[in-house]
Design a protein around this ligand. Structure first.
Ligand code: TYM
Length: 335
């Protein structure tokens, strides 16, 4: 079992990333390693380039994201933690896979459509080709499992299609087909202002997302002002059908508390959001505050963070080399 996953350094870690992906990454360190497997997590800084970002910001975010992941529980002694740029095989394999992936497949990617918006002609080629780099990220290590939020599932399915086509075209079982693992508790955390949109760093409203660097007061304030409806909570999860904002807050509560949404609804049945929101804010502060404090402590020693990334990349390069070499051989680039 080899678990591989990544995160873009386009902003601070937010609650959607944390509950949808990173919390699973941390849990998997123990489970996978107990079973003799390996966990690899990386900062997708090359993906970060697909939409304009100031160079100094990208650099600072990569360091900050690394500190946040370590503070959230990714142990660089037990997991391989690195950034893509330091492992050139990601870019090299992506180019090889560009010749396997089909334009028709990329045309179906909903994230490109969302991110490019109306100005598709003006989007970067990188944004369009982004899922092929993502396929390279996981196929390079023959990842068996890839823990992601629901929004990345389509990209993982594309990675499987690319792997299968490569194996078929070249009549060689080189690549392992990776399995996406989507968190059951928090597949999709939605915006606190509009529960029809996912919580995302690209949302212009600061109030729509909880960042892991937010102070306790800001976290509490954002939950207090989160959009809800005037009804009290019902006595079952099913009865929340059609109340997207309420469902989102219950989902967040349950994921933070490691409880089921049904259990949370049962506890608050008949109570209004005037009672639910402060309880949610307290829980979030209790869970996220220590991560923020630890991240700030780690950020005081940038050299130590840089050393973590350098060591992680060295290990990743060693694991990547044989796969890249085998792909080059298979395609006739080297003998
Ligand atoms: P990114 O940086 O947008 O998000 C990192 C992880 O967080 C999950 N996520 C969410 N989950 C639930 N609710 C949300 N509102 C929410 N927002 C984000 C994402 O699904 C993701 O798992 N392309 C990837 C990064 C990447 C990658 C990879 C992932 C690059 N290469 C290879 C896995 C394997 C991305 O942009 O994620």
């Amino acid at each position: 079992m080899r678990v591989v996953s990544g995160i873009q350094p386009t902003g601070n870690l937010h609650l959607g990333n944390y509950l949808g992906a990173v919390k699973q990454w941390v849990a998997m360190q123990d489970e996978v390693q107990a079973a003799g497997g390996e966990t690899m997590y990386f900062i997708a800084d090359l993906h970060g380039l697909t939409q304009w970002i100031a160079p100094a910001t990208l650099n600072a975010n990569t360091i900050e994201m690394t500190a946040t992941l370590v503070a959230a529980g990714i142990d660089p002694e037990r997991s391989i933690l690195f950034n893509q740029t330091r492992v050139p095989a990601h870019s090299e394999l992506a180019w090889l896979l560009n010749n396997v992936a089909r334009v028709g497949w990329l045309n179906r990617m909903t994230q490109f459509k969302d991110k490019a918006g109306k100005n598709r002609e003006g989007a970067s080629v990188g944004l369009y080709d982004y899922p092929v780099l993502m396929a390279a990220d996981v196929l390079l290590y023959n990842a068996t499992h890839v823990p992601v939020g629901e929004d990345q599932k389509q990209h993982l399915e594309l990675a499987r299609d690319i792997a299968a086509k490569f194996n078929m075209d070249y009549e060689r079982e080189l690549f392992t087909l990776p399995e996406p693992l989507v968190s059951k508790e928090a597949p999709r955390i939605m915006s606190l202002r509009d529960a029809s949109a996912k919580m995302s760093k690209s949302n212009p409203s600061e109030m729509s997302l909880i960042k892991l660097i937010d102070s306790d007061e800001v976290i509490a304030d954002k939950f207090r002002k989160a959009k809800t409806d005037p009804e009290p909570l019902p006595d079952s999860w099913e009865a929340l059908e059609g109340r997207a904002e309420a469902r989102n807050l219950v989902t967040i509560f349950a994921a933070l508390a490691d409880r089921t949404p049904a259990d949370v609804v049962a506890e608050f049945a008949g109570k209004g959001f005037g009672q639910f929101k402060p309880a949610l804010a307290d829980l979030a502060v209790a869970k996220l505050g220590p991560i923020r404090n630890e991240m700030q402590r780690l950020l005081d020693d940038r050299a130590a963070i840089d050393a973590i990334l350098a060591r992680g990349a060295e290990k990743a390069r060693a694991l990547a080399a044989p796969t890249l070499r085998a792909a080059q051989e298979t395609m006739g680039l080297v003998a």
